[in-house]
Design a protein around this ligand. Structure first.
Ligand SMILES: C[S@@+](CC[C@H](N)C(=O)[O-])C[C@H]1O[C@@H](n2cnc3c(N)ncnc32)[C@H](O)[C@@H]1O
Length: 232
């Protein structure tokens, strides 16, 4: 179990190849990966883009969304969101928080870019890693900002329409799946906002309901029976 004394930042990370051929990172000390072993890109695309971003856009007649991501990690969700927003021709503001940033060397060694779809947009993947923390990166109606902060203390003056909750799993970081963190998610969202995660744990579903979300159990990505989506 993770605690603050064994900072994730300094933990060795091993590159793994996932089921769809795309890479991810594995942290031995947490027994945890950054993405599903069954397919990193497949999972991100299914959970966050299809069941989160696309779902919200369809409900809201293509209105311009504000997206918040908990855990920038490799930048995969941010990149897929950029490509998706361009494809659907919507303006999008995307804010991602990360407490334990990967170094540029770690990102480059991972080789995620080689596996990403839409090579014509790969420059955005480089840019999102190169841009300074706290600075806006504006590209084709997509405004991206990453914050090097702890999710628990991040303070933002606007609320969000879509929240990608991509924390490490319960066994690695249980505090991310308990009431304090989930209440923070609720507070960050607009009424009608959509919270989405690969997680399907019963205690998380019940806690989301207790806080006031309407929660759906959806079919999961490959290798996972279910996932959760919650509406404020
Ligand atoms: C499952 S990985 C996210 C993968 C990422 N979304 C991607 O597309 O590659 C979880 C991420 O959350 C970050 N994290 C863990 N605890 C955090 C916290 N308290 N605040 C902000 N980020 C945190 C980790 O450093 C890690 O990058």
């Amino acid at each position: 179990m993770f605690n603050e004394s064994n900072g994730i930042l300094s933990m060795p990370k091993k590159i793994i190849k996932t089921g769809d051929g795309s890479p991810s990172l594995y942290i031995d000390q947490l027994n945890e990966t950054y993405h599903s072993k069954h397919g990193a890109i497949t999972e991100s695309d299914y959970v966050y883009i299809k069941k989160g971003f696309a779902y919200w856009l369809d409900l809201n007649n293509q209105r311009a969304p504000r997206v918040f991501e908990m855990g920038l990690g490799t930048g995969l969700n941010a990149y897929l969101s950029y490509v998706f927003a361009l494809d659907r021709k919507v303006l999008c503001e995307y804010v991602s928080v990360e407490k334990y940033p990967l170094s540029i060397d770690e990102v480059q060694s991972l080789g995620m870019k080689d596996a990403l779809p839409s090579p014509e947009h790969h420059h955005f993947f480089d840019q999102l890693h190169e841009v300074d923390w706290g600075q806006n990166l504006s590209q084709s109606d997509f405004v991206f900002k990453k914050l090097e902060q702890d999710f628990f203390s991040v303070a933002l003056d606007q609320s969000f329409d879509i929240l990608f909750y991509d924390a490490f799993g319960y066994h690695a970081q249980s505090e991310m799946w308990q009431e304090k963190a989930l209440q923070k998610c609720y507070d960050l969202l607009q009424p009608g906002g959509v919270w989405v995660s690969y997680c399907a744990k019963g205690s998380v579903r019940r806690c989301l309901e207790k806080i006031g979300f309407s929660v759906e159990r959806l079919e999961g990505p490959p290798g996972k029976r279910e996932m959760l989506r919650a509406i404020k």
